[in-house]
Design a binder for this molecule. Structure first.
Ligand code: TRP
Length: 477
């Protein structure tokens, strides 16, 4: 993969976004995604939503609203890989591979599970009453979300830090068991912004759906925003009386939408006796000023759900271009390999560790098409073929490319085998052409340099394979 810093975060799709989500998560995440040398993955964690919510209508609605919100807030799907968790079957597949190496004792220690048990015990219930396996295994699903894309940094709220630590533990264990000297997974780190505003809600406690004290971001439009702001709890100081901005949740919300100078002017005005009614009007204008253009985009998007569906679909294609080859590497690592690769040589002896050679493998995709891949001796995927209707076609190519033997079959270059650079899903890739017919592709990589290195490796590994086959041939014949 690329040399950029990969940041990744998931948004559980159970609710309707409020101002606290915008200030605390959406706005900072979009700002972070814009930084150079950053590759961002943002996804709708709709499998996570199923853990907490058994109301299908609410899940469906929330997925739409949250997707529209992030797009309206400025998420650029060309730049960010934006997808739905449930569109990536590799996430659930990886979840199982990870589940099998995760200590049950580790899951016993998860806060969310422990809190549920404690509550049961406090109310005299059975310890596990109402606790699903989904809730119990939740950290493994989250680890799969993160590790499938080898994220380096995971921006989350403080309550999620333990889950990132668990993802590290699980990744380290998998690397240890199956890494064979090279780790499959990078170890992710939680990023908790210490200065990140946690916005107070109407009653001054943290703005949260569970406290029922939220200010909706777009829902209900301008009218609802004005009405809700009018319900912010203040003290009972009369107009003209000096008011303490620092102690006021109204001021805290204002600050999240203003420059330092504007916030200072607001503080002084409150001190000089600005009425709470007038203060609420100013707050409304400030917040509405920032949200108005976003709200317009939001409403336009909500009116065209098919367009959002399309965007998410393209995001899933982009994500799966990384996930599919990576998962196949992981499957092979745990032993789920084509039967031809059982590690028993023709003579019946077990092949020596470390003497792996490059190989072609054929497989069937979920959509029913057949493909082949070419894997380097170290397991790196260097080619993925075009789709074939029939398995024989993939097999023929493997025979031609892998078994025909070196000098007898090909010369690199024009009209025979060619490796030519190309672009694919926004990255640098190469194609393998046989007499100008496109047979397979490698990549994409983020950097052209990485692609060139891989292309050279491809040529070298194929030539080595041919030489080896030639040598075996002459030894046995
Ligand atoms: N569990 C996270 C939350 O409740 C959401 C989430 C799911 C997530 N998968 C993730 C966050 C992966 C970061 C990375 O907030």
């Amino acid at each position: 993969m690329s040399s950029k810093i990969r940041i990744l975060t998931g948004i559980t799709t159970t609710g309707t976004p409020h101002l606290g989500n915008y200030v605390g998560a959406i706005r900072p995440a979009l700002a972070a995604a814009c930084k150079p040398d950053t590759q961002a993955f943002f996804f709708l964690a709709d499998y996570h939503a199923l853990i907490k919510c058994e109301d299908p209508e609410r899940i469906a609605r929330s997925r739409l609203e949250i997707a529209a919100t992030w797009l309206a807030a400025g998420l650029d799907p060309q730049h960010v890989t934006f997808y739905r968790q449930s569109d990536i079957p590799e996430i659930t597949e990886l979840t199982w591979l990870l589940t099998c190496v995760t200590a049950k004792g580790l899951m016993n220690r998860a806060h969310a599970y422990k809190a549920a048990v404690d509550q049961n015990l406090a109310t005299g219930e059975d310890a596990d009453a109402g606790i699903s396996m989904g809730l119990y295994s939740y950290p493994v699903l989250m680890a799969a979300d993160i590790l499938l894309f080898n994220a380096h940094r995971v921006p989350v709220g403080r309550d999620q830090v333990q889950h990132i630590e668990m993802a590290r533990d699980i990744a380290a264990r998998f690397n240890h068991l199956f890494g064979a000297g090279r780790g499959h997974f990078d170890l992710p780190a939680a990023v908790v912004d210490e200065h990140m505003a946690t916005l107070p809600g109407l009653d001054g406690r943290k703005m949260s759906k569970s406290y029922n004290n939220t200010i909706p971001l777009f829902a209900g439009g301008e009218k609802k925003l004005r009405e809700t702001i009018a319900r912010i709890v203040t003290d009972s100081r009369a107009p003209g009386e000096a008011k303490d901005a620092e102690g006021s949740n109204l001021y805290a919300i204002y600050r999240a939408f203003a420059t330092a100078a504007e916030a200072e002017a607001f503080r002084v005005a409150l001190h000089d006796g600005l009425s709470w009614g007038e203060a609420k009007q100013r707050l409304f204008e400030r917040v509405n000023g920032e949200l108005m253009p976003l709200r317009e985009r939001y409403e336009a998007l909500m009116a065209r759900p098919a367009e959002i569906e399309q965007i998410l679909h393209q995001g899933a294609v982009k994500a799966r271009a990384l996930a599919i080859p990576f998962l196949s590497q992981l499957r092979a690592a745990v032993g789920l390999r084509p039967l031809q690769q059982v590690g028993v040589s023709k003579t019946g002896k077990k092949s020596k560790k470390g003497s792996k050679q490059a190989r072609f493998v054929t497989f069937r995709e979920r959509d029913g098409h057949f493909h082949f891949r070419f894997l380097a001796a170290d397991g790196e995927e260097l080619l993925l073929s075009v789709p074939f209707e029939r398995p024989q076609e993939a097999g023929d190519w493997v025979r031609v490319l892998g078994k025909a033997g070196g000098a007898s079959a090909f010369i690199w270059g024009k009209n025979s085998l060619q490796v030519v650079p190309t672009e694919h899903v926004g990255g640098h890739a190469y194609e393998l052409l046989y007499s100008s017919e496109r047979v397979a592709m490698g990549g994409p990589w983020t950097e052209a340099k990485e692609r060139d290195v891989a292309a050279r490796k491809l040529v070298r590994e194929i030539e080595l394979l041919w030489k080896k086959l030639d040598a075996d041939e002459s030894a046995s014949g």
